[in-house]
Design a protein around this ligand. Structure first.
Ligand code: UDP
Length: 392
């Protein structure tokens, strides 16, 4: 490895495939260390699914691939992203509509009191929920068991069951408990959707973060360019953040994803009074409506633009969003993982490269961690691994 040397240091020529957070953070860190980076992005823009842009009709900042709210408990990641743009304070307060009534999410004291028509204090609500929750479930295996153990059948059916069937296309009995563990249950009136200490929205959207991450004389970004395997030999190493099964031309089958369709509507004034309204009922075909101007409450717009979000199975030409990761997918994934480990000049990173449901902060944290490992391994002339995390 190593084409040129500058003093003691070897300068490497790396290809990074994909310009989402994994690829952009890696490119930034490796270029700072002096390496030459070519970034290949198959879309006509950087930033992956975090991409945001001004809506051409209303001027509102919209997230083209659905709402992305930045939240993290990781101080290093928070400090890192704040170097690249100004974050405005923002707290995600989600509402949900169920059977013709609007409730507060995540399930909190207000939701419980409203749903059961009570005036419980925190201790009363806690013992009430304990009395209706299915405490006989000791080690919940599925999403449904986790929900029944957590909040009992009524709240599960009102808020989680229908939404989850629409979102994932399977019954919650088939899904892992980990998906529900993303959502807290609270016995106070805190309606912050997230538990993390840091939360905010980039003042000018996500795209400027990526422009800064990728703005380095050692980085060349090629948009509208898929990376083909025959180019591997042109580089010292390839960091691949696309779908792992696509790298192997789907030779062991296609890993399942959910994709999203967004139906745009323009209205006057304020459409729903909040950024995100979920729809718990299965008969409503969309999962949620996002009204993007509420993600930037520091801006003024007379018009509004909303997106109804529909989830469905991802077909060949669709954009993959959520990895499904059920038993069959995991079996197929383990074959791809083994195949990846046989490659010596490619590493797989990120949501698509490791086929995991990752939030932005985790993605950035993993890319930072990988960069450190890469730089340390290069110093020792060790071979770079196929994975920097365990993707199983
Ligand atoms: N969920 C639900 N009802 C809701 C919101 C979420 O049942 O009103 C479930 C659903 O299965 C979803 C999961 O909880 O996939 C995680 O929700 P989150 O809001 O974290 O999903 P994301 O914003 O990543 O799509």
């Amino acid at each position: 490895m190593g084409k040129k040397t500058a003093g003691e240091r070897e300068i490497m020529n790396f290809a990074i495939v994909g310009a989402g957070f994994s690829g952009a953070v890696l490119a930034h860190e490796l270029s700072k260390a002096g390496h030459e980076i070519d970034v290949f992005e198959s879309r006509d823009h950087v930033a992956g699914n975090c991409y945001s842009e001004r809506d051409s009709e209303t001027g509102i900042m919209v997230h083209r691939y659905g709402p992305h709210i930045f939240h993290t408990d990781d101080d290093e990641v928070w400090d890192y992203v704040n170097q690249f743009t100004e974050f405005m304070p923002f707290v995600n307060r989600v509402k949900t509509t169920s059977e013709g009534q609007v409730f507060s999410l995540p399930i909190n004291l207000h939701t419980i009191n409203q749903y059961f028509d009570k005036t419980f204090n925190p201790a009363e609500a806690k013992s009430f929920i304990e009395s209706i929750a299915e405490s006989n479930i000791t080690d919940p295996q599925s999403f449904e068991e986790q929900a029944l153990k957590f909040v009992g059948r009524e709240l599960y059916e009102a808020f989680f069951k229908g939404y989850t069937v629409k979102q994932w296309g399977v019954q919650p009995t088939e899904l892992p408990a980990s998906i529900l563990k993303r959502l807290p249950v609270r016995f106070n009136y805190d309606d912050n959707y997230f538990n993390h200490r840091h939360q905010g929205m980039p003042k000018h959207g996500y795209a400027p973060i990526f422009e800064k991450l990728l703005n380095h004389p050692n980085i060349t970004v090629y948009l509208n360019q898929s990376f083909t395997k025959d180019r591997v030999q042109d580089f010292d190493h390839v960091f691949y953040t696309g779908p792992i099964d696509a790298w192997f031309e789907y030779e062991h089958g296609r890993l399942g994803y959910r994709t999203l369709d967004f139906v745009r509507e323009e209205h006057e004034g304020d459409y729903q009074g909040c950024a995100v309204m979920n729809y718990g009922d299965q008969k409503v075909p969309y999962t949620r409506i996002s009204e993007h101007k509420h993600f930037a409450p520091w801006e003024q717009h007379n018009k509004t633009v909303i997106f109804k979000e529909f989830s469905r199975a991802c077909e060949e030409t669709d954009i993959p969003y959520y990895p499904i990761r059920l038993v069959n997918e995991k079996k197929m994934l383990s074959i791809y993982i083994e195949a990846a480990k046989q490659q010596h000049d490619v590493s797989f990173l990120g949501r698509l490269g490791t086929y995991r449901y990752l939030d932005m902060d985790v993605t950035i944290g993993e890319a930072l961690h990988a960069s450190k490992q890469i730089l340390a391994m290069l110093k020792k002339h060790s071979e770079l691994p196929a994975f920097f995390v365990d993707p199983t």
